[in-house]
Design a protein around this ligand. Structure first.
Ligand code: ZN
Length: 412
């Protein structure tokens, strides 16, 4: 029988083991090939400990060795480097939004094995029908691409908008994707027999950002996503970081104009009622004419039903004055929301993500507005616009695998 002290010790020993394995895995992953000696130096662990842990990781098939010529005068001497067995694994990312989902499977080189966009209007927003469709398509592809037989599936990362209890795996309020309180993780784990993690969509984008930008543990970051709505995720931690430590912030529902339009959340004048794509499209539709908006008029054949953010941005670039006014108003309120977030959260860095930031004129104008405020130099733009919707949840699974030292199993 174990005494209390021993079991506490046992837990501590396991905790240390996982932490060391986790640090080694992250370091090797980020370096893309590194010697045991260098690992020992960088992590401040003894060479004996490194040998012990990496031998385990090789035996488990997580690490592989490769020999490379040493870059010095001693000809013929080879150095042994360790790398993650990147092609052995597959990770799956799913982004579920209103009436569609996107699905992606990739290996640990971030090489995409398959991806798909599936429409779900026929599911009538019933979670059971949507999740059944998600899993059926996943099962089909995993067999079609011979993944079940040839690789180890690390898990399924799922992202959905709205309020999520990530630790419980429950989508609490998705604002119209499906009903309230859907236990997504339970459904997927039961059916697919692989680990699953559910996160709020912005938190999942932020996971992807920190993962793909190789950020050394983003201890203190605010990630803001713009388009079609506005949302943010905050990560702030002291000691160890987990994929569950990202908090969603409903930035789009902060009030910008108390007398403004009614928002889907029920309040009036939220930032989204000014800067959201729906609002921009509505405002553009109101003034669409050959006289007032000649460029947009020609791109849409004068038909408001053909309006979308792409042709609005095109007209903005080409110089439709009234379209510029609409977007400048969005930029103005967006910059205020960013500045207010800086005051509220005081993050070390702020990263802006979204397709409109790919547009030079839009980005430049936003930056001009931001530069009126102190602290604007903390703001940077993501280099992964439009990629992280599915790569984000896929990277959540990789992060989860690494942070648990390569020891993950389905929770019962
Ligand atoms: Zn709102």
């Amino acid at each position: 029988m174990r005494t209390m002290d021993q079991s506490v010790n046992g837990i501590n020993m396991l905790g240390v083991k996982i932490k060391n394995r986790s640090s080694i895995l992250y370091l090797i992953y980020r370096s893309g090939g590194i010697s045991r000696k260098e690992i020992a130096n960088k992590l401040n662990l003894t060479p004996a400990a490194i040998t012990l842990i990496t031998t385990d990781l090789i035996n488990e098939g997580i690490l592989v060795e490769s020999a490379v010529e040493q870059n010095n005068n001693r000809k013929g001497r080879k150095e042994i480097l360790l790398d993650i067995n990147r092609k052995k694994y597959a990770t799956i990312g799913i982004y579920i939004s209103t009436n569609k989902f996107q699905i992606l499977c990739m290996d640990l080189n971030s090489t995409v094995i398959f991806e798909d966009t599936v429409f779900t209007a026929d599911c009538h927003k019933k979670s059971s029908a949507i999740l059944d469709k998600v899993c059926s398509i996943l099962e089909h592809n995993l067999i079609y691409y011979d993944i079940v037989r040839t690789r180890t599936i690390l898990g399924v990362g799922v992202s959905v908008k709205g309020i999520v209890n990530s630790r419980a795996g429950v989508s609490i309020n998705s604002y119209n994707v499906w009903e309230d309180n859907v236990n997504v993780v339970e459904y997927i784990q039961k059916r697919m027999k692989v680990p699953a993690i559910l996160t709020n969509n912005i938190c999942s984008l932020a996971h992807g950002e920190s993962f793909f930008a190789n950020m050394e543990h983003p201890k203190d970051m605010l990630f803001i996503k713009y388009g079609p709505g506005v949302g943010a995720a905050r990560v702030f931690y002291q000691d160890t970081l987990s994929v569950f430590d990202f908090n969603a912030i409903q930035l789009g529902h902060t009030i910008a104009d108390p007398n403004g339009a009614i928002c889907e959340c029920g309040n009036r004048g939220c930032l989204e009622t000014i800067a959201g794509y729906d609002a921009i499209e509505r405002n553009a539709a109101n003034i669409l004419s050959s006289k007032l908006t000649p460029y947009l008029f020609s791109y849409t054949d004068g038909n408001a039903e053909n309006l979308n953010i792409k042709n609005i941005i095109k007209a903005y670039n080409d110089g439709d004055k009234l379209i510029e006014d609409i977007l400048d108003r969005s930029i103005y309120f967006l910059s205020i929301a960013i500045k207010n977030s800086m005051c509220l959260f005081d993050p070390k860095s702020i990263i802006l993500y979204g397709e409109l930031f790919e547009n030079e004129k839009f980005r430049k104008n936003l930056y001009i507005h931001l530069s009126n405020y102190s602290g604007y130099e903390k703001v940077t733009f993501s280099g992964f616009n439009l990629q992280l919707e599915t790569q984000g949840p896929a990277s959540t699974i990789i992060n989860y695998f690494f942070e648990n030292g390569g020891l993950i199993d389905i929770k019962d």
